[in-house]
Ligand binder design. Structure first.
Ligand code: GUN
Length: 288
């Protein structure tokens, strides 16, 4: 029997990351030849198991590309003052070009205060209000890594966003809002959907591009997708068997979509790749 089921092309985040990281490694070598090694400080407060995996992967990504990286782990009861003091020291450390405090932080620490304490020049996560403002107004600045990675994935398939309808599901400061701004910058017509959206399916059925960034399984199913649409899955969830899965019903949606990103192996590796790009660019700026 021949398989005649139409299927989406897969956008392979591992393969694309490999290409981009090879370019990063070359640029790191060029900087090192000038006596500068890009440095990233990653801070983890507490024991969140998912965060532990993320920070390990971030530090490994750094090492693979020849960066200098430090992983600082602190107890769950670390005070806000102690963390702010640590950030202040790293802000003034010339060997460090990027500072990342893994979120979420324990409840005695105000995440906004922490984000605003990081020097905008070292804000490689792109979470500082200076970075957010730069993105909103089209000024140069650090772009948050996950939406930046999504844009690179669209670029990798040669997708022209001009005049297309992009629907972003989720309105977080980390993904949904910056994603919408980046799509807008490329001349898409953008709709942001969220938990109070009345008829999500009516919105997604109109979309040429869908970005699912909610953090809940099966937010997007095949009946909600226009044939040929591009579907980017930012979700990182576990299914009933404990396996990693996204926000999209991958097996269903791939029958309808034109392009789709898998989980794992899609947006996740791209997020780390763009963190490396941001850190490298910070170091290049400092060296200029
Ligand atoms: N928690 C979940 N995603 C992220 C991220 O991209 N950066 C940081 N710092 N924390 C996160």
């Amino acid at each position: 029997m021949t398989n005649t089921t139409p299927g989406a092309h897969i956008i392979d985040g591992v393969a694309l990351s490999k290409q981009l990281r090879a370019q990063v490694t070359q640029r790191v070598q060029a900087l090192k030849a000038r006596g500068i090694t890009p440095g990233l400080a990653v801070i983890l407060v507490g024991e969140n198991p998912a965060s532990q995996v993320y920070v390990r992967n971030k530090v490994k990504g750094c090492e693979d590309c020849g960066f200098y990286s430090v992983l600082e782990k602190y107890d769950t009861d670390m005070s806000e003052a102690a963390l702010l003091e640590r950030i202040d020291t790293l802000n003034r450390d010339p060997t460090i070009h990027g500072i990342l405090v893994q979120l979420p932080v324990p409840k005695q620490i105000d995440a906004n205060k922490v984000i605003e304490a990081i020097s905008p020049a070292k804000d490689v996560d792109g979470f500082h209000i200076a970075s957010a403002g730069a993105l909103m107004t089209g000024m140069p600045g650090f772009v948050p890594c996950t939406p930046y990675g999504c844009m690179k994935m669209l670029e990798s398939i040669g997708y022209d966003l001009r005049g297309k309808h992009a629907v972003v599901i989720g309105r977080s400061n980390i993904v949904g809002k910056p994603m919408a701004l980046l799509l807008l910058q490329k001349n898409a017509t953008v709709t942001i959907c969220h938990s109070a959206t009345r008829d999500l399916k009516a919105m997604t059925l109109q979309a040429d591009v869908i970005v699912a960034a909610v953090g809940k399984r099966n937010v997007l199913t095949a009946d909600m997708v226009k044939p040929g649409a591009v579907v980017l899955d930012v979700g990182m969830n576990r299914n009933d068997e404990g396996k990693l899965c996204g926000d999209v019903d991958f097996e269903g949606v791939r029958q309808v979509a034109g392009w789709i990103t898998p989980v794992p192996g899609g947006v996740g590796p791209m997020t780390i790749t763009m963190l490396l790009v941001n850190t490298l660019e910070s170091a290049e700026r400092a060296a200029a």
